[in-house]
Design a binder for this molecule. Sequence first.
Ligand code: ADP
Ligand code: MG
Length: 728
Amino acid sequence: MTSGDLERPLTKVVGGKTATALAKSFGMVTVNDLLRHYPRRYAKRGELTDLATLSDGESVTVLAEIEQVTIRPMRQRRGSILEAVVTDGKGRLSVTFFNQAWRERELRPARSGLFSGQVSTFRNKRQLAHPQCLLFPDGVNDDPEAIAAFAGELIPVYPASGSMTSWQIAGAVRMVLDTLGEVADPIPEAVLSDEKLLDLTRALHLIHRPTDFTEVTAAQARLKFEEAFVLQVVLAQRRQEMSHLMATPRSVVAGPLLTSFDRRLPFVLTAGQDFVSEEIARDLAGTHPMHRLLQGDVGSGKTIVALRAMLSVVDAGGQAALLAPTEVLAAQHYRSIRTLLGPLADRGRLGGADDGTRVALLSGSQRTAQRRVELLDVITGDAGIVVGTHALIQDTVEFRDLALVVVDEQHRFGVEQRAALAAKARDGTRPHVLVMTATPIPRTVAMTVFGDLDISTLSELPAGRTPIATHVISTREQPGHLVRAWQRVEEEAAQKHRIFVVCPRIGGTGIEDDLEIESGETAIASVLDVSQTLTRELPGLRVEMLHGRMSGDEKEDVMARFADISHPDGIDVLVATTVIEVGVDVPDASIMIILDADRFGISQLHQLRGRVGRGSLPGLCLLVTDADAGSPARERLLAVASTTDGFELSQLDLQMRREGDVLGSMQSGRRSSLRLLEVVRDEDIIERARAAAHAVIDADPQLLAHLDLQLAIGALTSDEQTEFLEKA
Ligand code: ADP
Ligand code: MG
C-alpha cells in the first residue's frame, strides 16, 4: 500500500501535453488531484444526446449520428464552410467547421461520435460552431468509451474546460486508474467497517468507472464521508488542543462597573439575554479560554450581552477588545457603547464616574496624535474597552491585560477572521473569545465550520418591538405604489423619523452604465443618481449619501448626523449602498426602501431591513423590483416579505445558494476540501463523521497510529484557504 501512488505527478502518468492542459484548466498536479475531480453526472447512451433541449450559450457534449454533410464557399472571404447535420433521432443540430474541408473524409453520414462545444443559434438553427469531436470508428468499434456507450454503461461527464473536454478527462483518468495500485486510506479500517464504507481504492475506481448507479452511490457515500470525517478530525483535534490552553479566570461576581451599568439600563434584559449572559460568565470564570459563538437575529440584543461580558472582565481587572469588520461599524459600536455607558465611559475625565472605565477607538482614519493617545490608554490599561477593526487591533496594539476578545462578524461567515483569536494575553494564557453573528447558523454549518465553538442563541426579540412589515412593489405592475412610497417618506420625515434608501450600486464611473446599455437592461439604481433625484423631488428633505467610495471620516460624519435626531445638520434620507447592511443602529429609522431589491440575496435583504424598526417605531421595508411575477428573483423577494424569521430565511438562502458560498472563504480556493458533501443536506453524514472523529481523537490524540489520516489532514490544512485552522 503506497500513498506515493496518489502523489505521483501527472506528467509521469498521462504525458506532458495532457498534464499541462490539466494543470492549466484545473490546477491539477498529482494523480490525486485528477482522481478527486469527480464526474459531475453520469449519462447513459442516448441521454447525452437530447438535442431537443439544448439552449443557447450552453457548453454541451452530444452523442449523435451524422445525417448529411455539405461544403460551401464562404461569401465574403476565401475559404469554405463545412456543415454537418447530426441527429439523435429526436432532434437535429448543425455542426460547422471553417476551412476544414479535409474533415469531409471523416465526417461521413451514418457515422456516430461525440461533439462538444457551445450552443448558438444561426438563422434559426441550433448549431455548434467549431466543436471538438470524437468520431467512433466504423464497423468494429474498439474505442472503450464508445463500447461503454453502446453497451449501455454509464459515461462519466466531467466538469470540463475549453481546452479539456469531458472525454479527454475521462481518457486521462482511465490511464491513471489502469496503473493505480492499492492506495492508502485516510479512514481507519475500524471506521470503514462500522460505517460499511468502501475503501478508497475501490471508491476511486467506482466513482470514475461505474457499471451502474448502485456503484456510483456506494462510491459517493464513501467519498462524502471522507470529506466530513477528515474535517471533523481537524476540528476535534483542535478542540483537544484548545482544552490544553490556559486562560486567566475572570471572576463571576458582578463588580461595581457591571452593577452600575445594569442600573443605568433603560430596560430589563430578556430571559434569553439573562441565560446567555450566565453561560458566558461561567466560561469567563474558567481556566480555559472561552470560544463561544453568540448567534441571534438582527436586533435580538447581542450587543448588550457582549458589552456586559466586557464590563465584567474590566471589573475583574482585565481589558476587552471589540473587533468589527468595517470602520463604519467600529465607529458605530464605539458611539453606542459610549452612549450606553454614559459617565461610566469617562473615568478620570471631567464628569466621568469613578467606578467607570474608558473606551478607546482605533481607526484607520485617525490622526497620529489622536491615535497615540488612544494607544497609550490601551497599553496602560486605562481603557477597559477597545474598539476597532480586525486589522487595526490585530496588527499593532499592545494591551496591558487582554481578557476578552469580542468579534462582531455579523452575518458574514468570515471564518478567517477568527484568526483574530491570536494570542494577545499575558504569560502564555489566551484571551476568552466571543464571536457574534446575526445569521442564525443551521446546525450542520455550525458543526462543519464552527465545530470547535460552543454556541449560544438569542431566539427572542426584546419585547415592545413591532415586527417589520415588508412589501414587494413591482415597478411594472404597481407604479402608483412607488409614488405613494415617496409620499410616505415625506410624511415620516415630517415626524422626525429617518429613512433609508438602498441602491445596489454607487454609480458615477460611467463604465457600469455603458455595460447596462449594451446588455439592454434598464439602468440599475445607483446612489449617485437616486440621491440627485431625491434631492430634486423631495425639496423639503435633507438627503445624503453613504457608500464605500467615501473616506472613513466622511462616512462617520454622515452616520453621526443621521443617527442623532437633534443634530443641527441632521439628515432625513440616507441613500446608501449595502455599507449600512451590518449593525448600523439608528433607533429613529422607520422606513427602508430598497431599489432593485432583486439584486440582493435573501440574507442580505433580511440584514438590510433589520436597520429599521429598531426602536419603538414600527418598521416598514419596501422591496422595489422590476422582476417578472413568478420569476425566481420575485419569489425570493416574496419569501423575504412573508417572514421575519431569520432562521427560516437563512435555511432558504442556503438552499438557493451554492455550497461554496455557505462555507465562505474556506471553500473559495481551487482545492476546496468539500466536493461531494453538502452541508445543508448531509447533516446525517456530518453527524456520524463527527462521532467517529471524536472517537478516533479521544483514543489517539496525536494520530500516531493513523499516519494516512495525518497525511490527509496535512493536505487539508496546508491549503491556503484553511490557514485559519492553524491560527485559531
Ligand atoms: P443586535 O446586536 O443583536 O442586532 P442590539 O444589541 O444592537 O442587537 O439591540 C438592538 C436594539 O435593541 C438596541 O437599540 C438595544 O438597545 C435594544 N435592546 C437590547 N436589549 C433590549 C431589551 N432587553 N429590551 C429592550 N430593548 C433592548
Ligand atoms: Mg448589533
